[in-house]
Design a protein around this ligand. Structure first.
Ligand code: GLN
Length: 444
C-alpha cells in the first residue's frame, strides 16, 4: 500500500502520533522556509495550502510583502471542497508564483530538502519541502507554467497540473489568468489522484470551469500497460537538457517499454519558442493583475501627500525586483506603439505552438519529457539571474499551452538530488497521466 493510502486508513491513536511527528518536523526544519503560517491542532490527515490560495480567516500573503497582513475573508473553491482533512498551514512560494526555484519568496529562500544549499523548485516550493520532509500528507499548489511540477521534481514528490477549466480558480491570486491552475501534490500518485477527485468540477464563480463528468481518479488507477502508447520527444536528448537528467529519463522510458507500454517518438522544433512566448504574454497579464496592489485596498501603506505618491512609494517598497521586472515588461509589451511587435507576436506564437503540440499528442496517449531540464541550482547561483531562471521552463509549457494536464513523478536520483519524469496528456485526460504514473511507481 502506498504512503497516502496508509494515512487515510490510520486508527485515531496512530494518526495522532503521525501528526505530532509532522509538527516536530516543521519545528526542526524551520530554516528550509517552507511554511509562512502554521495551523495548530490538526487531527485528520493533513494538507498544506500554497499561500497564494485563500483559506477563510487565515493570512494569505502570496509570499509578497505587499499583502503581508492580509487575512482572507473567503476560501478558494478548491479548499472548500476538501473533505476530512486538516489544513496544517500555508506554504511559501516565489512571490505570486513568479519563479521556478522558491528563492523569490519575500519570507526567505526555500531550501531543497535533499541539499539545503540548493533551490527547492518553484513556485510551489514550500509544498515540495513540506512533503519531502514529512510535514504534511498532501498539498494544494498552483501551476501556471510549471509551478507545481518543478518543486515536485526537485524535491522528489508527485504533482499534477490539471487541465485548464477542470478545477476552479476562485480564490487563487492571479499570475497569468489564461494559464493558471490549482492542483494536488502528494507523496505518491494515489495521493494526488485522491485530492484531485475532491476538487474538480464546475463552479459558478469561475465561468471557465467545465461541466464535465466527475471521475474518481484514485479508484481507476490500474491499467494494462499494453493499452498505453507513450510519445517520447526527441528534444528530451537535446543540448538544452543536462546529460545526467537526459540519461535518467531515457532509462525510465526503457523501463516503461519493458513493462509493455508502446513507444513512438516525435519532434517539436519550436519548443524553444515556448519560453519567450510565455514571458511576454504572462508579463502582460501579470502587470494588469498587479494593479490592485496599490496600498489602498490591501496590505501595508506608505505615507504620501498625493495618491500617486502613496501608490508609488508603497509599490516601490513592498514589491520585489522580479515582480517589478515583470510589471515593467508587461507594461512595455502592451503599450500602443509596442503591442504588435511583442504582445501580438507572442499570442501568435502561442497559437502556433498549440497546433504543433496538439499534433504531436495525436500520436499516442501520454507525452514523456523530463520535468526540469537541469538539476536544482545552488541558491546563490540563480538568485539574480532571470534568464537562467526562465530557461528552466523548457518543458513546463507543453501542458499549459494546450490547456492539458501534466504529472511529475520521481524517476531516479543523481547523488542526493531527485529527477522528475513529466507525463502529459490531451486536455481532460488526467486519468491517463495518473495511470501511467501509477504504473511507473509500481516498477520500482
Ligand atoms: N516559472 C514560471 C514563472 O516564473 C511559472 C511559474 C508558475 O507556474 N506559477 O513565471
Amino acid at each position: 500500500m502506498m504512503q497516502s493510502e496508509k494515512v487515510l486508513k490510520m486508527e485515531a491513536k496512530e494518526l495522532k502520533e503521525h501528526i505530532a511527528r509532522q509538527y516536530d518536523s516543521i519545528e526542526k526544519h524551520r530554516k528550509f522556509n517552507a511554511f509562512i503560517t502554521v495551523n495548530k491542532g490538526a487531527d485528520r490527515p493533513t494538507i498544506a495550502i500554497k499561500d497564494n490560495i485563500t483559506v477563510k480567516g487565515m493570512r494569505a500573503t502570496g509570499s509578497s510583502k505587499i499583502i503581508d497582513n492580509y487575512i482572507a475573508p473567503y476560501s478558494a473553491t478548491a479548499v472548500e471542497r476538501l473533505k476530512n482533512l486538516s489544513i496544517i498551514g500555508k506554504t511559501a512560494l516565489d512571490a505570486f508564483g513568479t519563479g521556478s526555484t522558491g528563492s523569490n519568496s519575500d519570507y526567505g529562500p526555500v531550501r531543497n530538502p535533499h541539499d539545503e544549499k540548493r533551490v527547492a523548485g518553484g513556485s510551489s516550493a514550500g509544498n515540495g519541502v513540506a512533503l519531502a520532509l514529512d510535514m504534511c500528507d498532501f498539498a494544494l499548489g498552483t501551476d501556471t507554467y510549471g509551478s507545481l511540477r518543478s518543486p515536485s521534481s526537485f524535491c522528489g514528490v508527485v504533482g499534477l497540473r490539471p487541465s485548464y477549466g477542470l478545477v476552479s480558480r476562485y480564490g487563487l491570486m492571479d499570475l497569468s489568468m489564461s494559464l493558471d491552475t490549482i492542483g494536488p501534490m502528494a507523496h505518491d500518485v494515489y495521493g494526488a489522484a485522491y485530492i484531485l477527485s475532491m476538487i474538480v468540477g464546475h463552479d459558478s464563480r469561475d465561468c471557465l470551469t467545465e461541466k464535465s463528468k466527475k471521475i474518481e481518479y484514485h479508484k481507476e488507477l490500474d491499467i494494462d500497460a499494453k493499452r498505453l502508447t507513450m510519445i517520447v520527444l526527441e528534444e528530451n536528448d537535446s543540448d538544452l537538457v543536462d546529460r545526467k537528467v537526459a540519461k535518467t529519463v531515457a532509462s525510465a522510458v526503457e523501463r516503461l517499454e519493458q513493462a509493455g507500454v508502446k513507444k513512438v517518438t516525435a519532434k517539436l522544433p519550436d519548443l524553444d519558442k515556448s519560453i519567450p512566448m510565455y514571458y511576454l504574454s504572462m508579463a502582460a497579464e501579470f502587470a494588469s493583475a498587479m494593479q490592485k496592489f496599490d496600498g489602498l485596498r490591501y496590505g501595508p501603506r506608505e505615507e504620501g501627500y498625493e495618491l500617486e505618491e502613496i501608490v508609488s512609494k508603497t509599490r516601490g517598497r513592498y514589491l520585489n525586483a522580479e515582480i517589478k521586472r515583470r510589471i515593467m515588461l508587461g507594461t512595455f509589451v502592451t503599450m500602443k506603439e509596442q503591442q504588435s511587435k511583442w504582445y501580438a507576436a507572442a499570442i501568435k506564437a502561442r497559437a502556433r505552438l498549440k497546433q504543433e503540440i496538439n499534433k504531436v499528442m495525436e500520436r499516442g496517449d501520454v507525452l514523456i519529457t523530463p520535468t526540469m531540464p537541469v538539476l536544482p541550482w545552488k541558491i546563490e547561483e540563480i538568485m539574480d539571474d532571470p534568464l537562467k531562471n526562465y530557461a528552466m521552463d523548457l518543458f513546463s509549457g507543453l501542458a499549459p499551452i494546450i490547456g492539458g494536464p501534466a504529472l511529475s513523478v520521481p524517476c531516479g536520483n543523481i547523488g542526493e538530488l531527485p529527477i522528475g519524469l513529466q507525463i502529459g496528456a490531451k486536455r481532460f485526460d488526467e486519468l491517463k497521466c495518473l495511470q501511467l504514473g501509477n504504473l511507473f511507481e509500481g516498477l520500482k
